[in-house]
Write a protein that binds this ligand. Structure first.
Ligand code: THU
Length: 130
């Protein structure tokens, strides 16, 4: 668990930058590259609603756009008693870039759950089918 503390802390800080005026549901995410670098994201909503980007995708796309490849863990932090798992769209993106990564769910009170992508996203469609 302690090995994930830095990732959770980074996601928690990113959450403070959430642009969530429509849902008021603020999410922070952080992804750790195999290089050790951590990239963060927050959810970014839009008045058209459908253009909203989740925190997980923002973090991953930031990392990809900076040339990073290969990730081992993703953290998601919200202020909810029931911890927030990645949505379906984010699971597809996490699988694409992180494969069977550790998924660390946490809240502001210190509750933490550990999952693996293969459990959260069984039978994915990926490059192996192409
Ligand atoms: N959201 C995330 O950023 N990540 C998740 O894992 C779940 C949902 C965002 C999208 C939207 O801005 C708000 O939370 C409510 O759905």
């Amino acid at each position: 668990m302690a090995e994930h503390d830095a990732l959770i802390a980074a996601a928690r800080t990113a959450r403070e930058h959430a642009h969530a005026p429509y849902s008021n549901f603020r999410v922070g995410a952080a992804v750790r590259a195999k290089s050790g670098r951590i990239f963060t994201g927050c959810n970014v909503e839009n008045a058209t609603y459908g253009l909203t980007l989740c925190a997980e995708r923002v973090a991953i796309f930031k990392a990809i756009s900076e040339g990073e490849r290969g990730f081992d863990s993703v953290a998601v932090v919200t202020d909810t008693d029931s911890l927030t798992p990645p949505c379906g769209a984010c699971r597809q993106i996490i699988w694409e870039f992180c494969g069977d990564a550790h998924v660390v769910l946490a809240n502001l009170k210190g509750k933490v759950e550990l999952h693996r992508m293969s459990a959260l996203f069984p039978k994915p469609f990926d490059q192996s089918f192409l």
